[in-house]
Design a binder for this molecule. Sequence first.
Ligand code: IPD
Length: 269
Amino acid sequence: QPHDAQQLASIASEVAFTAGERILELRRRGVAVAASKSSEVDIVTEADRESEQLVVDALRAERPDDGVLGEEGAGIEGTSGVTWVIDPIDGTVNYLYDLPVYTVSIAATVPDAAASADGRRAIAGAVFNPRTGELFEAWEGGGSRLNGSPVTISGKRELSTALVGTGFGYTAERRAGQAAILARLLPRVRDIRRTGSAAYEICSFAAGRLDAFYEHGLQPWDYAAALLIAREAGASVIGIDDAMPPGEPGFFAADPELVHELRRTLLVP
Ligand code: IPD
């Protein structure tokens, strides 16, 4: 049975806003690193955990039959066909340092083996930055909005004057691969940006503030909502698996012409 994507987007927005306000309030009291994950620089704060619990409880209260998959471990099987994919704080290192670029990201997904490596397709999503008050949202077929106003990608087609966003993982091995890719790209573009929250950066690209975005090694909770927002804002998104070490899915998002030029530039020679 078809799901009401617009209604799912409004739930995602409402819950992202509530969780965002909460992490902001917690940040004012100071921040505690609770644990590290893939390396000592890959951290989880108490606020990540509290935000995830708040989001899970709020979604389950509204839609008890849905599944939930969260960065900090939430894994609930649902029966409705909808699985929420959530990042309670995307940009945790910015949160630790009080840099004003961190977001709550919430996507409603449905099974679709052809859509992505994890076999899901986002049909609604919201990304909220509580430090700037920016709420990005989209639902399939409905376009993308920033605080209620429609946004579209810049549409830039020339690589040489493109401002390109990206990000890096947390392990030394992954960073070495990412540095090699960056070394090929940096001489050929206007410049590179790396804000520290992939969700925020992809949404900034969706709103025309960057001309392209690429990263490899992201997890579904980092990109599920934001990539839908980018697509609905006119972006073409393609995988770059063949440029990457095996098992390291990556993607480019940009104007359809620029995405192909970027991909050609970054393919392993
Ligand atoms: C990270 C951010 C960062 C990206 C990393 C992600 P986290 O997520 O999105 O921009 O480059 O790959 O792991 O750890 O802050 O939720």
